[in-house]
Design a protein around this ligand. Sequence first.
Ligand SMILES: [Zn+2]
Length: 402
Amino acid sequence: MSGSLLVDNIGELVTNVAGAGEGGPLGIRRRAAVLVEEGRVAWVGPAAIAPAADRRVDADGAAVLPGFVDSHAHLVFAGDRAAEFAARMSGQPYTGGGIRTTVAATRAASDDTLRETVRRLRAEALRQGTTTMEIKSGYGLTVADEVRSLRIAAEASDETTFLGAHLVPPEYADRPDDYVGLVCGPMLRAAAPHARWIDVFCERGAFDADHARAILTCGQAAGLGVRVHANQLGPGPGVRLAVELGAASADHCTHLSDGDIDALAATRVDGSDGDGGHTTTVATLLPGAEFSTRSPYPDARRLLDAGVTVALATDCNPGSSYTSSMPFCVALAVREMGMTPAEAVWAATAGGARALRRDDVGVLRPGVRADLTILDAPTHLHLAYRPGVPLIRQVLHNGVPT
Ligand SMILES: [Zn+2]
């Protein structure tokens, strides 16, 4: 589809361009319009002086915001762990060991089965307003299975992450050093061409700081950016390691010491282009995991008050967080994690973009990708105010209405 498209009659436009309007970082404009040309935002301004366009989408006074940027998801898997969820809800604790169940099912699945799961979940997320979605490997844990996971992920997203170090697979249980050698050597060599990022589950029972550092350093040498599963199940070295290695994101951040928060805050840099500054290592919070494992939520307030940039993501995976819904995560963040609705919406859009080091998504200004979500609501506040309600009326992805 070519030609220009005007999204007109927007009651509340969240731009995430600080200083462009009300609402601080949200940069809210009233009675606005957005012109889209060739998949990009060409103009943003008052509806009353909007330029002409070939086609028009009438927002009918509703709120419009940048598409959600989900910077943490595990979509390449097979199998179902509903029974494990039910067991947890009857009192069993979450340990992370169920990942092995999914590894077995994923290895046994055909490419088409995996591809269909990714397609289905990606479409499900898009219907809920997610226009950028990072996708990790990590349920193959052999050279061949990690590479095919990444190939399939790359068909659905340009944000792919090599997570060969999700867990030590059973066949290496008594020789984890050998598995780390495999991940750093043949597996990384085969995986790197299909990945933008490398990630490690740095947690008791998964990979300790020395193993995680070795793997992430090899990944960096192979040209991959770093992200870390850090401090989810208990206090640990993950956040400090993320900061030490200049990671784009430390993810989970559920159990943080004051020193962890100081370390994240120390990565703060001054803003350019009207943004008020940010931390180069973002704290990505995944409240779907705490919800689904009935665990205490991370304290977003503490991070925000220390000046740490916060992102929200789904952690969509079959074990510990089987939701693809960013609106659900926004509602949890507001209700359970001390975030204001504005902070949560920013974290789910611009914050996710920061966590992926992207400046062409999560924001609405001329030149960026035309990813817009039109709500069935007059204001972004409704995302937390009306939890569980399908509020996404229409999505534009790369300028194309869905
Ligand atoms: Zn994860």
